[in-house]
Design a protein around this ligand. Structure first.
Ligand code: SF4
Ligand code: SF4
Ligand code: SF4
Length: 309
């Protein structure tokens, strides 16, 4: 029996779809078992009809629906609702879908502030002319998928590692619940840790850590203990795929938090501030806090600052 899979992208950069394509030869194996009934990244299928002249969004029935991107406008919402209606299982694919991702940084500003910044400055050709014709209406902010529709499985990552997409799809094909990492990036990091209380002050992000690129990673001191702000303690593991070594750490740069919080409902900003404070770090040495939510600003975590009355 083949499993019907549909895929759609909403407020997305398409990097998550590239991760599906990065399955490489395994995609050919999957294609023997999976029937992709709708996947704009791989084949020409349009939700408003092949000529784009349909009046309503319509998608085929599927067993599994993969949705990347959060919800930022009325069209995203309509597509998400149609996917929910037509797919038995919905997978939120990538951190934009699970937690808003980078696009949810816009949640620190009102829609008007954003439109004014981009379309009403002296550098635009037609100041004050906000584009509107033929465009879907903006939602009031960027939403994660589960704020608008029921989601069965969250597969975070910016983008998710192809190994994880493969394992999740194979588990679903076998009728088993996919097993996803429940630990943090630190739990899969091989660097040397000397323990709490090693760090008092954070360094500027651009200051390079002390490491010898010719030495194996298990001889490098933990970047956070070196004073580099590494989000490993509060970020979900999995970016190393089957190899397990976190991707950024293997390049000797700190984790920026792209897999979102360890628990789906976690808050990377408060979790990180707590982790720093419990290690005796002066959190005032952080230049600003909201960037700790650079991948997880949906669910009301990032908001425009309150205006003084
Ligand atoms: S999670 Fe990352 S790769 Fe996926 S759509 Fe969002 S920005 Fe792109
Ligand atoms: S803080 Fe960063 S460098 Fe240190 S153990 Fe965690 S992931 Fe590794
Ligand atoms: S180390 Fe952190 S930022 Fe880098 S890929 Fe992994 S989760 Fe993302």
């Amino acid at each position: 029996m083949t499993v019907r899979v549909a895929s759609e992208w909403l407020n997305s950069c398409s990097g998550c779809e590239i991760s599906i394509i990065d399955l490489g030869e395994r995609l050919l194996d999957l294609l023997k078992l999976v029937d992709f009934v709708h996947i704009p990244a791989l084949m020409d299928s349009k939700y408003l009809g092949q000529k784009g002249d349909g009046k309503h969004i319509s998608l085929p029935d599927a067993d599994v629906g993969l949705i990347s991107g959060g919800i930022r406008n009325a069209e995203h919402l309509e597509v998400a609702e149609e996917m929910r209606k037509k797919c038995k299982i919905i997978i939120a694919l990538g951190t934009c879908a699970t937690h808003g991702g980078i696009p949810a940084l816009c949640n620190s500003y009102s829609n008007n502030e954003i439109l004014e910044r981009y379309y009403s400055t002296e550098t635009t050709d037609k100041p004050d002319a906000f584009p509107s014709e033929g465009l879907p209406e903006l939602e009031e902010r960027c939403f994660a998928l589960d704020e608008k529709i029921n989601v069965d499985l969250h597969l975070p990552g910016c983008p998710p590692h192809p190994d994880q997409i493969f394992s999740a799809l194979v588990a679903l094909l076998e009728g088993k619940p996919p097993v996803l990492p429940s630990k943090s990036v630190c739990d899969t990091c091989p660097t040397i840790r000397e323990g709490k209380g090693q760090l008092k002050k954070l360094r500027r992000f651009l200051q390079e850590p002390v490491c010898n690129p010719d030495e194996p990673l298990d001889q490098m001191r933990c970047l956070l203990e070196q004073g580099v702000l590494c989000m490993g303690p509060v970020t979900k593991a999995g970016c190393g795929g089957d190899q397990r070594i976190p991707r950024c750490i293997s390049a000797r740069v700190p984790c920026r938090g792209c897999y979102g919080p360890v628990r789906q409902d976690g808050n990377q900003m408060t979790d990180m501030l707590n982790a720093l404070a419990s290690n005796g770090v002066d959190v005032d040495s952080l230049s600003e806090y909201p960037s700790l939510l650079r991948f997880s600003g949906a669910h009301g975590r990032l908001r425009p600052p309150r205006k003084e009355a």
